[in-house]
Design a protein around this ligand. Sequence first.
Ligand code: SF4
Ligand code: SF4
Length: 172
Amino acid sequence: MTESWGQFKTFDGAKFETLDPEFTKKITKILGGQLLTSCFQCSKCSAGCPVSDKVNIQIHEVMRMLLFGLEEVLQTDMIWLCTTCYTCQERCPQTIEITDILFGLKNMAYKKGIAPLGYIAAAQSLYDTGRLYPPTEWEREDLGLDDVPELNVEDTKKMFKKTGLLKLQEGK
Ligand code: SF4
Ligand code: SF4
């Protein structure tokens, strides 16, 4: 494992004691997870990953944690630092849909409140204002632009409700 670049801590020295076959089974049922158990740990995915020197655990190690049923995988920063370039998925000799699995892991982690603060703040801002980030007024002033108008967030809130993000935001 390499030194952690994101907000999550390194797993160096950590002991994992709960091997949960049900967790592995659960992953085989999410989008892309169907071929998970055919992973033979060749590391070809990690060899082509552009963020391999930025994460606290490599993508082939993520796959191994999934095979072992280690739910601690949701605390890896690979889930969030993945650029979704799909290189790993293209390279996998077992045609495992690795990147798609990562999307599922991201959803699972978010539901448990495990996410970088920037993501949570962006989701909250989207819910409250309809924007991911507040506009920088001084830049607009410098450019001679008018104030940014308020947005009607009713549709955004409906989207949160339909996708389940509303529940997550309210911690239900
Ligand atoms: S490339 Fe595929 S088979 Fe090889 S370690 Fe990665 S996921 Fe497993
Ligand atoms: S999709 Fe993500 S995990 Fe796969 S190679 Fe790209 S950055 Fe790495």
